[in-house]
Design a protein around this ligand. Sequence first.
Ligand SMILES: Nc1ncnc2c1ncn2[C@@H]1O[C@H](COP(=O)(O)OP(=O)(O)OP(=O)(O)O)[C@@H](O)[C@H]1O
Ligand SMILES: [Mg+2]
Length: 442
Amino acid sequence: MEEYWELSPSRIVKELSRYVIGQEKAKRAVAISIRNRWRRSKIEGAIREDIIPNNILLIGPTGVGKTEIARRLAGLTNAPFMKVEASKFTEVGYVGRDVESIVRDLLDTAVHMVRSEKSEKVEEEAEQRAIDRVLDILLPAVDTEQKERMEATRQKYRKLIEEGELDDKMVEIETTESTFPMVEVFSPQGMEEVGFNFQEMFSDMMPRKKKKREVTVDDAIRIFMSDEIDNLLDMDEIIGEARWRTEEMGMVFIDEIDKLIGSEGEHGPNVSRQGVQRDLLPLVEGANVQTKHGMIRTDHILFIAAGAFHVGKPSDLIPEFQGRFPIRAELDPLTAKEFRKILTEPENALVKQYQAMLLVEDIDISFTKGALDRLADIAYSVNMSTENIGARRLQTVMSTLLDEIMFDAPDIAPKTIKIGKKEVDEKFTELVEDKDLTRYIL
Ligand SMILES: Nc1ncnc2c1ncn2[C@@H]1O[C@H](COP(=O)(O)OP(=O)(O)OP(=O)(O)O)[C@@H](O)[C@H]1O
Ligand SMILES: [Mg+2]
C-alpha cells in the first residue's frame, strides 16, 4: 500500500510513460494532484481538512490518451477507481442513474479490491482447511480419537492431494444453498437508491438447504476453499479499509464532460444536462453519501473530468462547476512520430499484442522498422484526410494489415513471417488513394 501512496511526481510520470506516449503536461498535472493528496494526508490538524483535492480537467481530442492516463494512474496508485460517462446521468427525479451512485460504486470497487488482496493472504491457510475437509470425506472417522489414529494415512492422502494425484477422484460433498427464490427488487430509483441489498438481507434470514453433490476432488477443494476464505476474512476490517481508501484515495474519472454543456433557459435535454452539472457539484465539493456500508464523505475523492470540447468550451460549463476543476491540462493531437512509438513502445503495445496472439498459433511475426514507420504514416494521413480518431486509428490500420494472417493462421502454422515496407504498401496503396474505400475500411 504505502509504496503506491508514496510515489513522487517524477516517478508517477515515469511510470505513466511506460504506457502513455507524450502528453507530458497532462501527466505532470495528474502527478502533482496525486502527490498533493499524499502531502495532505501527512499534515496534522484542522488545516488538513481544508485542503481540497486538485480536481483536474483533461481537455483534448478523441483518442489521444485521456482515458488511458486516468486508467493507468489508478492502476499505479492502487486507488479505487471508477470511470463514468457524464452522459449516462440525469438530473435527480428523471429516469436514469443519479450521481450519488458513483460513490456507491466506488466503494464497491474498493471492497472488492481489499477483499481480493486479503484473500490472497489467507489462500494458503484456506487451502489447507479445504484439504482437511476433503480428507474428512475420504477417510471418515467417527470421533477425534479415530481421526488421530488415522493421522499417518491422512498425511499420506494429503500428500497425494497436494501432488494432484487424486484430482479426478469423485467425492460426495454437501453444499448449502439459500432457498430464497430469485426475485429482483425494483424501486422507482433503481436498486442502488435503496442503499442496501434486499437479496443479501433476505438470503441471510432464509433457511439454507443442504444439497449433496458428486464432484471431483479438485472441484471439492475449490468449493471448500472459497468457503474457507469467507470464514477467514474479517469483513468488518475489509469494509473499514475500503471506506478509508474510498474517502482518502478514491478517484473518479468523468468522461465526456463536455456533453453536459447546455445553455440557460432552454428546455428538454439541455436543462437536464445543466441539472447534472448541478447535481455533481456537491459531490465534487464534498458531500456525505449514504451507502450500504455507511456514510461516505466525498471531500477528498479526486475527480478527473475529461472532454474533447469540440463544440463547447470549458467556460461553457456552469461557473461553479468550472471552479471545482481548477487544474486544466490540455492533451495534444498525436503526431506520426508518436504513432510510431505507440505501435511498439508501451507495455503491451499493439504490435506486441498481435505478436502474442499469433505466437499462440505458432506463428512468429515481426515487422521491419520501415514497415512500422509506414504504418504510422498511414494512420496519421488517414486521420488527416478523414476523421481524426487519434491513436485508435492504429487499431484499424493494424487489423486491416493483418486481416488475412489472422484468418489463415491455424492453416499456415508453424511459420515465421516478416512484414516489410513493401508488404505494407501493397496492402494500403489502393486503399489510401481511394477516399471512399478509406472511409469504409480504415
Ligand atoms: N498517448 C498515447 N500513448 C499510448 N497509447 C495511446 C495514447 N493515446 C491513445 N492511445 C491508445 O488509444 C486508445 C484510445 O485512447 P483513450 O481511450 O485514452 O482516448 P481518449 O483520449 O480518452 O478519447 P475519447 O475522447 O474518445 O474518450 C487507448 O486504448 C490507447 O491504446
Ligand atoms: Mg476516453
